[in-house]
Design a protein around this ligand. Sequence first.
Ligand SMILES: [Mn+2]
Length: 342
Amino acid sequence: MKSSKGSHTPAPELAPPRPEVAELAPRIWQVIDDAPVVTAVTHKDADGDTLGSALALALTLEPLGKSVSVLSSPPVPGAWWFLPGIERINREAPPGNTPVFIFDASDASRAGTYEPVVTQARVVVNIDHHVSNARFGTINLVLTEAASTGELVYDLLKAWKVAIPPGAASCLYATILSDTGGFRHDNTSAHALRAAAELVQLGADPVAIARGLFKSRPASSLRMQGRILQGLHYEFGDRLVWGSISQAGLRDSGASTDQADSAIDQLNTVRGQELAILFKEAGPRLTKVSIRSRDQVDAAELAAKFGGGGHRRASGIELAMPLKDAEATVLAEVRARMNDLA
Ligand SMILES: [Mn+2]
C-alpha cells in the first residue's frame, strides 16, 4: 500500500467511455498528437453546449502543452459569461493549417463567420449529437443518443486518459445542464446524469453553473415576462395557452427580442397543457412564433405548415406578417387541431 502524504483524495471511479467513442479516440488523438496548435470552432449563435465543449477541450489540452484557439462567430451571446475560459474566445486570429474541431454543428455553414476555417482545414473533427448531422468531418464522432455534445467530449477525454481540470469539468457539466433544460427534457438519460455526477466529482461547480444558467437574467427579462403572463389567453380548458409581446411591450420593459426567447418555457408549465405558443413582434411585418407541445400535437409538423421547423416538442416559425395577422393565421390552424383532439 502506498503511504499517503498529507491529505490524499483517491481518484474517483469513473464509468468507462462509450465504446463508439473509445474506438475513435486513438484516431482523433493521432490528429493532434504532433500539432502544437489546435483550433476549436463553435456553431454560430453559440449556446452552452457548443461553447462548453470547445472551452473544455482548450482547458484540458493546454496543460498538456498545446495551444488551443477557440473561435465563435460573433456576436457571441453575453449569457455565457460564466463559463470558465470564456474570455479566451476569439482572442487570436484564426491560425492557418491546424487540425480543426467543430462542436454541436450539423454542417460546416453553422460555423458562421468561421465557415472557411472549417472548409479549408486539412483535418476536421466533427463532434455532434444532432440527427441532422451531415458527417462533413474527416473524422465524425456523431452519436444522437448523447444528451449534449459535451457528453461526447467528456467520453473522449476519458478515453484519452487525460487529466480533466476543474474548469473543464464545469464547462462539460454546463453542456449537460443546458441541453437537458436543467434535467427536464426527454434527453435526460441515466448516462447524462452519471456523467454530470462524475463531472462534479472532478471539480465542476454545480452551484456556479446553475446560477449562471438560471439565476443571471437581467431584471428587464422578468418585467417583460410579467407583461406576457398578464396578457395570456387560455383556451380549450387551459390545454392551449398563448400570448404575445409587441415591440412597444419590449421597449417599455427594457428587454430585447432575444430575451423574449426564454419566456416560452414559462408558458409551458400548466398542468394538463398540450400547447404553448408565444408570438413576438420582431418588426412591422415580421413575427416570430415559438411553439411547445407535450404529447398529442407534433410541434415540428405544425411549424412546417408555415415554413418553420424544429423538434416534436419544440419548434419555431418566422412569418412575414404583422403581429395580429400572424396570431390569427396560426391560431386558426391550431384551434382546428385542438378541436380534432380527443
Ligand atoms: Mn447540443
